[in-house]
Design a protein around this ligand. Structure first.
Ligand SMILES: Cc1cc2nc3c(=O)[nH]c(=O)nc-3n(C[C@H](O)[C@H](O)[C@H](O)COP(=O)(O)OP(=O)(O)OC[C@H]3O[C@@H](n4cnc5c(N)ncnc54)[C@H](O)[C@@H]3O)c2cc1C
Length: 365
């Protein structure tokens, strides 16, 4: 604990304060709330980023406490992803600092292998988050020079705050008329596990990012009749070119060539490997995939087999949804169709804006 924090803690603490072995001071505030003085940093989120930050702090002997709302590490991967998920990028681009993936794990690690790697990481660095604590509010007290981080029953006070709550904290549900009228199954991709329950049924996947495209493939392989909504322009690239990861190849080429030239090369490879996706009902944006990623953050879809199913007619591409009806959907092009299930592959959003009260003086990046 820093001298500053210790002094504040002492001055605020009452006779019931408890000093823990790892330097924290716990004092009751009232019958519901207690205050915990944390030496060093509080990290919010025990996903890969929070653990990576913790490991780096540990190496530098900076004390920290991780607060996680779920009851496990890597909750996104454990609780909100589908069974067939593998890393979209080769493992060398997904490894956490100071701890490589074991060599026996394949380049595109399976979901369970990635989870085991994250668990081994936490064990290796002896990282023990405080689970089941959702941060409801965090604000910086400029006069004390300390952060106050509040959960349901505790206020944590610390000098540094590290936000590692990810970009996938909350599912995004589309604002489309009639969603509540639909009488079939509706689920968000965060609830989808596999296609077993959908065999033989007609399913509409709304959204065509990496998750939507892969879940479409999974459903198709499980015997569902699948349509995927492609509303906007979209880049799809093969996951690999000549046996090399497209992502790794792009990173290498970008060291030598301008982004537009690399984009042209990727689009040529894509055309040779996947064919002309425009003929399948998918329109490419005017600017190339890497330039688009740089300018708008929009990630290209890395194809894992969905395009072949679209080409063979096993997966249908359909237009944007105008409204949901009790039995199906009306599309923006005026057509309509009936479905038994709808999977919303409409992405996620960060939840930071709902609990982080900041002014620019309290932030550094
Ligand atoms: C289907 C899918 C596939 C993906 N594939 C890849 C891939 O191949 N390669 C890759 O690099 N990335 C991939 N990603 C991106 C993914 O975001 C990263 O893999 C990684 O999980 C990000 O780590 P993170 O720690 O930043 O966030 P997260 O893993 O989302 O962890 C954030 C943690 O913060 C917790 N939290 C959130 N809010 C609060 C709060 N208020 N209080 C306390 N705790 C809170 C959450 O419960 C969660 O445990 C994929 C994502 C998805 C959804």
């Amino acid at each position: 604990m820093t001298n500053l924090t210790r002094k504040k803690a002492k001055s605020c603490s009452d006779h019931n304060a408890v000093f823990t072995a790892n330097g924290m001071i716990i004092e009751p505030m009232n019958s519901v709330l207690k205050r915990v003085w944390v030496p060093g940093a509080v990290i919010i989120g025990a996903g890969p980023s929070g653990l990576a930050a913790a490991a780096c702090l540990k190496k530098m002997e900076v004390p920290f406490l991780i607060i996680e709302k779920e009851n496990c590490l890597a909750s996104l991967w454990k609780l909100k992803t589908y069974d067939r998920l593998k890393l979209h990028l080769p493992k060398e681009f997904c490894k956490l600092p100071h701890f490589p993936f074991p060599p026996e794990i394949p380049s595109y690690a399976e979901k369970q292998q990635f989870i085991s790697y994250v668990e081994a990481y936490a064990e290796h660095f002896s990282i023990e988050p405080l689970f089941g604590k959702e941060v409801k509010r965090a604000k910086y007290d400029g006069t004390m020079g300390l952060w106050q981080v509040q959960t349901n029953d505790t206020e944590f006070v610390c000098r540094w705050l590290i936000v590692a709550t990810g970009e996938n904290a909350e599912p995004v549900l589309p604002q489309i008329d009639g969603l509540t009228e639909f009488r079939g199954n509706i689920l968000h991709t965060s609830e989808y596990k596999n296609g077993a329950d959908f065999k033989g049924s007609k399913v509409l996947v709304v959204g065509c990012g990496n998750s939507g495209m892969e879940i479409g493939l999974d459903l198709c392989n499980s015997g569902a009749q699948v349509s995927v909504v492609v509303r906007d322009k979209l880049h799809v690239l093969p996951r690999e070119v000549l046996g090399q990861s497209t992502f790794a190849l792009s990173m290498r080429l970008l060291k030598w060539f301008p982004v537009r030239l690399v984009d042209r090369f990727l689009l040529l490879c894509s055309w040779l490997i996947l064919g002309d996706i425009c003929q399948m009902g998918i329109t490419r944006p005017e600017i190339g995939p890497l330039e688009l990623k740089n300018t708008s953050g929009k990630t290209p879809v890395l194809d894992v087999g969905t395009i072949a199913k679209i080409k063979s007619g096993h997966i249908k591409i359909v237009n944007g949804v105008k409204r949901f009806t009790s039995r199906g959907v009306e599309f923006v092009d005026g057509r309509s169709d009936e479905y038994e299930s709808i999977i919303l592959a409409t992405g996620y959003r960060s939840n930071v804006a709902s609990w982080l009260m900041v002014n620019s003086n309290s932030l550094c990046t």
